[in-house]
Design a protein around this ligand. Structure first.
Ligand SMILES: NC(=O)C1=CN([C@@H]2O[C@H](COP(=O)(O)OP(=O)(O)OC[C@H]3O[C@@H](n4cnc5c(N)ncnc54)[C@H](OP(=O)(O)O)[C@@H]3O)[C@@H](O)[C@H]2O)C=CC1
Ligand SMILES: O=C1CO[C@H](CO)[C@@H](O)[C@@H]1O
Length: 335
C-alpha cells in the first residue's frame, strides 16, 4: 500500500515512523504548509509519546505544499489525514470527490452530527478512522475477550486517560478547532466503551472547565441494561511532570482485567501490567512485547493495508463506530 500523509505534526510523524517499520505499506508522499518540513526538517514536532521529531530523508518522496497535488497523484493508494479535528470533514470530502480512499485520525469530527454525516456519506469502503486503542495489545485483549466471550460478557468498566498540558497545541481548548480533552482525548475511551458495552443511553459528567470547555472530568454512563456499570475519567492536569497516563479495570462475568501505564517528564515510566484476575482466584499476567507506542501504529497501518490490498474492512476502523464515539463525547458536554 502506498500512502501520502497530510499534516506533518505529532501524528504525521508517528504514522511516518510506523510506515518505516511496516512490511505491508510505505509512505510515498506528504504535504506540508511548512517549507522547513517540506525540506525534511521535522525536528520542531512535539507530542506526548514516542520519539521527538527528526530530520528525514525526502529524496525518495513526492512532496507537496497542499493536499490537492496528492489527490491527483495516481501512485498514491490512500491519503492519511493527520490534520487537526476541525479540518477532517473537509479533507475526507476532498478525498471522496477525488475518488481516493483515506485513513483519518480520530476524532472523526468535532461534533456527532458532522461525524455521522461524513461516516454515512463515505462508508467503510472509502474511509477508515484511526482509532488506535483496539490495536494496542494491552487494550485489544478487552475487545477480543468481549468478541469471543472467553470470560463471559463485559459487565463493569472504569477507564482513565490523563495528559499534562499540551502547550504545543495552541487551539487545544478551542471548541471550533480541537474541542478540548473531552473530545480530542476522551474519544479514545468513548470508542472503546462503545466497542465493549454498546451505546450508552445517557451520561452524568462533572467537570472543571477552562474557558467553558471541560478540562478534567469524571463520567458515569447509563445503558439500557442497568446491570452494566461503566465510568471514565481524565483530562488535563496542570503539571507537565506526568505527560501521559491511561488505564482501565474491566470486569467480565468470569474475570477482571486491570492495566495502567504512565510516562513522566524525566523519562521514567510506571506500569501495572495487564493482570487477569479470574473469579476462581487465579492471577494471570500475559506477556506483551515492549510497550513501544509506535508498534500499535504499525498494527494500524497494517490493518489499513489489508483493507486497501485485500478489501478486508476492520471493525476497529469503521467510521460508523467512530461517529458513535463522538455521540458519546457529546452526551457528556455541559448543557
Ligand atoms: N491516535 C492518537 O493517539 C493521537 C491522535 N491525534 C490526532 O491526530 C490529529 C492531529 O493531531 P496532532 O498531530 O497532535 O496535531 P499537530 O498540530 O501536531 O499536527 C497537525 C498538523 O496539521 C497541519 N495543519 C494544517 N493546517 C493547520 C491549521 N490550520 N492548524 C494547525 N495545523 C494545521 C500542520 O502540518 P504542516 O505544518 O505540515 O502543514 C500541523 O503540524 C488530531 O485529530 C488528533 O486528535 C493526536 C495525538 C495522538
Ligand atoms: O492520545 C492523545 C494524547 O494527547 C493528545 C493531545 O496531545 C490527544 O490528541 C491524543 O489523542
Amino acid at each position: 500500500m502506498r500512502a501520502g500523509i497530510v499534516g506533518v505534526g505529532f501524528m504525521g510523524w508517528i504514522h511516518y515512523l510506523a510506515y518505516q517499520r511496516s512490511q505491508n505499506a510505505e509512505v510515498v508522499a506528504f504535504c506540508s504548509s511548512n517549507p522547513a518540513k517540506r525540506a525534511g526538517d521535522w525536528r520542531s514536532i512535539q507530542g506526548n509519546f514516542g520519539p521527538p521529531g527528526e530530520q528525514i530523508d525526502v529524496s525518495g518522496l513526492s512532496v507537496y505544499e497542499s493536499m490537492e497535488g496528492m489527490l491527483a497523484d495516481e501512485s498514491i493508494d490512500v491519503i492519511d489525514i493527520c490534520l487537526p479535528p476541525a479540518m477532517h470533514d473537509q479533507a475526507i470530502r476532498a478525498c471522496l470527490d477525488a475518488g481516493k480512499r483515506c485513513l483519518c485520525e480520530k476524532p472523526l469530527a468535532l461534533d456527532a452530527a458532522t461525524a455521522a454525516r461524513v461516516a454515512s456519506d463515505a462508508g467503510p469502503q472509502s474511509l477508515a478512522v484511526a482509532h488506535i486503542l483496539p490495536l494496542i495489545p494491552e487494550f485489544k485483549i478487552l475487545v477480543d475477550a468481549a468478541e469471543d466471550g472467553r470470560y463471559g460478557k463485559p459487565i463493569t468498566g472504569r477507564f482513565k486517560r490523563t495528559i499534562g498540558p499540551p502547550d504545543w497545541l495552541p487551539d487545544f481548548y478551542d471548541p471550533a478547532k480541537v474541542g478540548g480533552p473531552l473530545v480530542d482525548l476522551h474519544v479514545h475511551d468513548a470508542h472503546l466503551i462503545r466497542l465493549l458495552f454498546g451505546m450508552p443511553t445517557a451520561a452524568h459528567c462533572v467537570s472543571r472547565k477552562k474557558n467553558g470547555v471541560p478540562k478534567f472530568y469524571e463520567t458515569v454512563f447509563d445503558f439500557a441494561d442497568d446491570d452494566k456499570v461503566v465510568s471514565c475519567g481524565g483530562g488535563v492536569i496542570d503539571s507537565p511532570a506526568r505527560g501521559f497516563t491511561h488505564g482501565y479495570e474491566v470486569s467480565f462475568e468470569q474475570a477482571t482485567i486491570q492495566f495502567e501505564f504512565a510516562g513522566y517528564a524525566d523519562g521514567s515510566t510506571a506500569l501495572i501490567p495487564v493482570t487477569i484476575m479470574h473469579n476462581d482466584g487465579r492471577v494471570e499476567r500475559p506477556e506483551f512485547d515492549g510497550g513501544d507506542p509506535v508498534e500499535a501504529f504499525v498494527h494500524e497501518i497494517d490493518a489499513v493495508a489489508r483493507w486497501i490490498n485485500q478489501g478486508e474492512v476492520s471493525p476497529f476502523l469503521d467510521p460508523k463506530i467512530a461517529a458513535d464515539a463522538l455521540a458519546i463525547c457529546e452526551m457528556q458536554q455541559p448543557k
